[in-house]
Design a protein around this ligand. Structure first.
Ligand code: SAH
Length: 207
C-alpha cells in the first residue's frame, strides 16, 4: 500500500473542505499516521476518522488534530503541554509545528505511554517528552507553557493545568456541557480565562 500517496490525498481533502493554514497542512503531510495506529488498522490510517488504539481509547481524526493546531496558534519554539498522549500521533503533529523538544505529554495508561514513546522514537520525534500520570495535575516541573491542550473531555479545565499556562497563553480542550464543545481559553493576567466556544466534538472522557 502506498501510504505516502494516501496521506497526500488526505491532505488534499483537508485543504479543500476545511479552512486550514499551510503550516498545519504541511504538518499533517509530514507525520506518518500509519506508524501510530495498530497494525490491524493501518489500511484505514488515512481515512479522516478516529480509530481505536487499545485500552478503549481512540486516536482523533486528522481534521480534529488540524483544527486544534489552528486554534492553538502554534509557533516554532512554543512550549506545549498535551494531556492524553494516546498513540502519540497528535503530539507528533504538534512537534512538527513547535519542535519536538518543546512538546510535553502526559498519558494515564502506562501501556499507551510506553508504546507512544517507542513510536515517537522510531518516527523521528524522540525528543517529545512523555510521562505516565494524571494529566489533571499537568506537568509542573516543565511549566510554564505557552499552550496546553486536552485530548480527552473534562467538565472544566483542571485548575493546575490553567496555572501552568503563562499569561497570554492558550488552553484548549473538549468540555462537557450536556454534549461536548471545543473550548479555547486565553489566560488573563488575573488568572481567569477569556473563553471562546467552538463546535460540537466527541472525545473520550478524562479519567
Ligand atoms: N492525542 C491522542 C488521542 C488520545 S485519546 C492520539 O493522538 O492518539 C485520549 C487519551 O487521553 C487516551 O489515551 C487516554 O488514556 C488519555 N487520558 C484520559 N484521562 C487522562 C488523564 N486524567 N490524564 C492523562 N491522560 C488521560
Amino acid at each position: 500500500m502506498d501510504f505516502d500517496k494516501k496521506r497526500d490525498q488526505l491532505v488534499e481533502r483537508l485543504e479543500t473542505h476545511r479552512n486550514l493554514g499551510d503550516r498545519t497542512l504541511d504538518a499533517i503531510r509530514e507525520v506518518p499516521r500509519h506508524e501510530f495506529v495498530p497494525a490491524s488498522k493501518r489500511s484505514a490510517a488515512y481515512n479522516d476518522a478516529p480509530l481505536p488504539i487499545g485500552e478503549g481509547q481512540t486516536i482523533s481524526a486528522p481534521h480534529m488534530v488540524a483544527i486544534m493546531a489552528e486554534l492553538l496558534e502554534l509557533k516554532a519554539g512554543d512550549e506545549v503541554l498535551e494531556i492524553g498522549t494516546g498513540c502519540g500521533y497528535h503530539a507528533a503533529v504538534t512537534a512538527e509545528l513547535v519542535g519536538p523538544e518543546h512538546v510535553y505529554s502526559v498519558e494515564y495508561h502506562s501501556s499507551l505511554a510506553e508504546r507512544a514513546r517507542e513510536t515517537l522514537q522510531r518516527t523521528g520525534y524522540g525528543e517529545v517528552s512523555v510521562r505516565t500520570g494524571d494529566g489533571r495535575e499537568g506537568w509542573s516541573e516543565c511549566a510554564p507553557y505557552d499552550r496546553s491542550y486536552l485530548t480527552c473531555a473534562a467538565d472544566t479545565f483542571p485548575e493546575s493545568l490553567r496555572e501552568q499556562v503563562r499569561t497570554g497563553g492558550i488552553i484548549l480542550g473538549p468540555l462537557r456541557d450536556g454534549g461536548q464543545r471545543l473550548v479555547k481559553g486565553v489566560v488573563q493576567s488575573d488568572g481567569t480565562l477569556e473563553r471562546e466556544t467552538h463546535g460540537r466534538v466527541r472525545f473520550v472522557p478524562l479519567k
